[in-house]
Design a protein around this ligand. Structure first.
Ligand code: FES
Length: 71
């Protein structure tokens, strides 16, 4: 699914970029991907992707800590 029509960025690319680099905002995600914000309509979706990636990272860290405690 295309997330940013202006820059032709799809959801998978956004997820990979958000996972690879620590970003806090949609503008940061654009910069990581080497583009700039044009209309800005994609920013809420990009920020949802960032939140999802951050939550996944936190869940994985908690699961790893739980495994280490149990071992
Ligand atoms: S849709 Fe992303 S800047 Fe326009």
């Amino acid at each position: 699914m295309i997330v940013c029509v202006c820059n032709c960025l799809n959801e998978a690319d956004c997820e990979r970029a958000a996972a690879a680099r620590s970003v806090d905002a949609g503008e940061d995600l654009h910069a990581v991907m080497g583009v700039t914000v044009c209309c800005g309509r994609c920013l809420p979706t990009m920020e949802a992707i960032i939140d999802e990636v951050r939550a996944r990272r936190e869940r994985e860290a908690l699961a790893k800590a739980a495994e280490e405690i149990a071992a």
